[in-house]
Write a protein that binds this ligand. Structure first.
Ligand code: FE2
Length: 328
């Protein structure tokens, strides 16, 4: 019997149509659009953190199998997988050999177990060598920083956009260095690109944005400690700019100009959250690795989100545990 896996092994995964790229924007063939009236169905697999330990490769394999078995379970099939960043583990401080091992693992599991098209966002764990003392990097290596992830994802820059199923989908690079770590934002070059990209989208076309770090989230408030007196003398929360985009207000201004932006999908926090704010849905979609393959994270199971993007701009999302449990 021909299964998706056997198609992959037989080298027929190329049946998936390769999109055409125009100056960083990918334009899908019309044939890739879902049938009229059917939503574009995306499987959002974020925070995979594949690594040699904890049988994570088997876990990812079973996740891919689960995504591709939806049709056999009587559901609509997934049109596209979007990975939401943190594909690998701790590469900011991993040396070249360990980084290579993890990307090789990702590539092999994807090739062996996934016949769907995959498009990927860069996460902080996918950045190589910013912690130079631990990673033993000089900063001049061709694959330094985000270039290794870009090479793995098959593009020159860590952000892109494409049209699919009546939607315009934007994948952002939201990880930028700050002191010894990073913060969530996009830089000036990406702002310039994003403003031009959205301006070119017809107003009747709904837009979904996918970033690794959430553009907006309330969940950091549930763990942040009061930070003493705020400017008005009242106790205040302090939320790390490493958890949520620090440029959220600027995004609000941009979205006000483009009311066809309907959804912002993210990962990073390994929790499931949906916020309706300003006419938009902000969806943080858990983690394939849950608590970095060690168990549930704050009650969030090993899972992925099935996101249905409807032609009228509405968004349905459902978090799907794929049955994995932590291995010793
Ligand atoms: Fe993560």
């Amino acid at each position: 019997m021909l299964t998706r896996r056997s198609l992959v092994q037989a080298g027929l995964a190329g049946l998936v149509v390769a999109p055409t790229v125009h100056r960083g924007t990918v334009v899908a063939d019309a044939a890739e659009a879902p049938a009229a009236g059917r939503p574009l169905r995306i499987a959002h697999l974020t925070d995979i953190h594949v690594q040699p330990e904890l049988e994570s490769a088997k876990g990812l394999d079973s996740c891919f199998a689960h995504v591709q078995s939806l049709a056999e379970r009587g559901e609509a099939a997934v049109d596209l997988i979007v990975t939401g960043g943190d594909t690998v583990m701790d590469c900011m401080e991993a040396d070249r050999a360990r980084t290579q091992t993890q990307w090789d693992l990702w590539k092999k599991v994807k090739a062996d177990a996934c016949s769907l098209e995959v498009r990927s966002v860069v996460g902080n764990h996918d950045v190589w060598g910013w912690t130079k003392s631990k990673a033993k990097t000089a900063g001049t290596e061709p694959l330094y920083g985000k270039q290794w992830a870009c090479e793995q994802f098959g593009r020159a820059v860590p952000y892109e956009s494409f049209d699919r199923g009546g939607w315009h989908v934007v994948l952002l690079d939201s990880v930028f260095p700050h002191e010894d770590g990073y913060i969530g934002k996009i830089d000036d070059a990406q702002w310039d690109w994003l403003e031009r990209d959205l301006a070119a989208v017809p107003v009747a076309t709904p837009v979904a944005i996918v970033s690794h770090i959430p553009i907006l989230s309330v969940s950091p408030l549930s763990v942040a400690k009061p930070d003493g007196a705020g400017t008005d003398g009242k106790p205040a929360f302090s939320v790390s700019g490493g958890l949520v985009h620090v440029d959220h207000a600027k995004f609000q201004g941009l979205f006000a100009k483009h009311p066809n932006v309907k959804a912002c999908l993210s990962g990073h926090l390994h929790i499931v959250e949906r916020i309706e704010f300003g006419g938009m849905s902000y969806l943080c979609n858990g983690a394939v690795s849950a608590s970095w393959w060690k168990g549930k994270h704050r009650g969030t199971d090993f899972g992925y989100a099935v996101v249905d993007l409807h032609g009228d701009g509405t968004v349905e999302s459902r978090y799907v545990p794929y049955g994995w449990t932590a291995k010793a």
